[in-house]
Design a protein around this ligand. Sequence first.
Ligand code: ZN
Length: 151
Amino acid sequence: MNCVLNQEEQEELLLGYTCAHLDADTARTYERHLKSCPQCQKLVELQLMLNSTFEDWTAPDPSPNFDAKLFAQIRAEQVNATPWWQALFGWKLLVPAALAATLLIVFLVRKPEPTAVVEAIPTEQIEKVEQALEDFEALHAISEAPAKEAL
Ligand SMILES: [Zn+2]
């Protein structure tokens, strides 16, 4: 028979129960469930065995100069550490990146070219054009006049 609890509930209750972290009501409810659930009984049994194994286990003593070796290794790694940009891009992209940076700096620093100065049209020329237009109108009026008389 499969357990009615989902995996998250099962794990939470199992660990709480085997470490005695459950409140009294939850522990009693879980114990009632254990009586009818062989799957959870097996898990509790395995967890208790694992807990006792860890309680009996003692970590081996480190070698006599463990700290000195560890700090020497850390120092060596710090000295030989690759800069982040080199680790990220390597040397291949360094030249194009430097070129792009130079172009950007040149673009940002350059002075804008002076805008072309529009040469002012001399007043004399304007007067000549006006005179030419007046002459044209006068000629046009003269050329029209005989045609009217002819009608
Ligand atoms: Zn169960």
